[in-house]
Design a protein around this ligand. Structure first.
Ligand code: GTP
Ligand code: ZN
Length: 453
């Protein structure tokens, strides 16, 4: 009933493959690492889908889920994929599934109605063999990669402890969104928008890239019409929870985080890592005239060291808390400090990447000085009308001179984040990472492009 293990090198790394035959049907388990030795390994219980898995169909999400699950297991370094044969068409078989497809095409039936019109059950799958396979692999506790709650219920019934169910967070495709909507409405599948159960250790690849290189990156969240706050400076909830989480992931990946004095005065940020696990970066306040409010969190709280960057002609005579270090730089003109000099100075104190976190003016200055390797610009679906501007720089009178860079795009719930790879170094660093087009993460790369020259 169980075949010998063999090795299976794949695009996602080398797995161990075992065949399990029950009632004349052969299923396979692909394992990576030693799942038995991990407390609750990632498990994908995948129903065979010839059209999606093999033929590349966009009618369903099976092919995308298969890829994403293998990528997730490979990123985690351990896990199991059970490929369940004979579950084609939610258990009604390939021939019937294609008949159901035809009824969907011609009669406009949804996926459930089409099965019923054929006199077949909505879902005929049985997961007993999957539970048997897991037990054979020494795994009784799992984290299940699925958007279908019925799958974890069934495994629980068969004696497997599902400690967590993780939605693979794949974006709908135009061709499968109606089908996915029906699954959500009629079969209780998750809506993949900022799922609260998401495992916070699962990240975008670019965080690793940032953490392992010395880059200068910037981020900004703007309204659709380009403002980071209302006229009064009120910046509460411009972008959503996932964008906040993204910001905290970046803070955790860098050595230093810099804000302009205006942001400290307006928002009194803590600049610490709270939404995810990670170390706090060194906080840098760019403050040519030493105007920062003396009761601000960056000066008062010792959660992280603070580097207070002031102009060369400023005198700081007051007593400062131990976590605050003052550094001075010459101002070029009109209170401005050259971004390149700022970076060089920070690098003397801190190693790792530097995140320019805001506000709009500071990020714009670093952008137009060509001091950035990468820019993450999130656009939230809100119109403010007038307020504190986001990215603004002199630009050019000609469209042909507008800035176009290679970019990647992520969906963070309702917000869209564009990552511009501004420098050749950033592009090279990202190219060294396997292009993670899909994976377990809070957002997926939904578009990638190189601008034409
Ligand atoms: N009967 C029928 N089956 C379909 C249809 N579209 C996809 N399938 C099958 O559905 C099975 C996958 O089930 P899904 O409901 O997509 O997803 P799930 O496996 O329950 O849940 P996930 O773990 O999130 O993938 C595969 O065997 C597909 O062949 C359809 O329109 N009709
Ligand atoms: Zn499918």
């Amino acid at each position: 009933m169980v075949g010998p293990p063999s090795s299976l090198p794949t695009d996602h790394g080398t797995f161990t493959l075992r065949a399990y035959t029950f009632n004349g049907v052969t299923h396979v388990a692909m394992t990576m690492g030693d799942p038995a030795s991990s407390d609750a390994p990632l498990v994908r219980m995948h129903s065979e889908c010839l059209t999606g898995d093999v033929l590349g169909s966009h009618r369903c999400d099976c092919g995308d889920q298969l890829e994403a699950a293998l990528q997730a297991i490979s990123s985690a370094g351990a896990g199991i994929l059970l490929y369940l044969r004979g579950q084609e068409g939610r258990g009604i078989g390939l021939d019937n599934k294609l008949r159901a497809y035809a009824l969907q095409d011609t009669e406009g039936l949804d996926t459930v109605e089409a099965n019923r019109a054929l006199g077949l059950p909505d879902d005929a799958r049985d997961y007993r063999v999957a539970a048997e396979m897991l037990r054979h692999l020494g795994t009784q506790r799992i984290r299940l990669l699925s958007s279908n709650p019925a799958k974890s219920d069934a495994l629980t019934e068969h004696g497997i402890t599902v400690v967590q169910r993780l939605n693979l967070q794949l974006p709908d495709r135009p061709e499968n969104s109606a089908y996915l909507q029906s699954k959500r409405q009629r079969m209780n599948h998750d809506v993949p928008n900022g799922h609260p159960e998401l495992d916070h250790s699962l990240e975008l690849d670019v965080y690793k890239t940032i953490a392992t290189h010395d880059e200068v990156i910037a981020q900004l969240a703007q309204s659709e019409d380009g403002f980071i706050a209302a006229r009064t400076g009120d910046a509460e909830f411009v972008s959503g929870e996932l964008d906040r989480r993204h910001l905290h992931c970046m803070r955790a990946a860098v050595g230093a985080v810099l804000v302009g004095v205006g942001t400290v005065a307006a928002d009194n940020p803590q600049l610490t890592v709270r939404a995810v696990e990670g170390e706090n970066p060194v906080r840098v306040v760019l403050d040519p005239r030493a105007r920062v409010p003396r009761d601000s969190t960056v000066l008062q709280s010792d959660d992280a060291p603070t580097l207070w960057l002031v102009g060369a002609d400023v005198q700081i005579n007051e007593q400062l808390a131990d976590h605050v270090t003052v550094a001075q730089l010459p101002q070029s003109s009109a209170d401005k400090i050259d971004p390149h000099a700022v970076i060089a100075l920070i690098r003397k104190h801190v190693s790792g990447s530097i995140l320019i976190e805001g506000g709009g003016q500071t990020v714009s200055e670093f952008l137009s000085a060509e001091a950035l390797d990468r820019l993450f610009l999130t656009k939230a679906p809100v119109l403010i009308g007038d307020g504190v501007p986001g990215i603004r720089f002199e630009g050019s009178g000609q469209m042909s001179k507008a800035l176009r860079y290679p970019f990647r795009r992520y969906i963070f719930g309702q917000d869209v984040c564009t990552e511009y790879m501004l420098s050749p170094a950033a592009r090279e660093h990202s190219a060294q990472m396997p292009a993670q087009l899909r994976g377990v993460q809070n957002a997926d790369v939904v578009a990638e492009a190189q601008p034409s020259a």
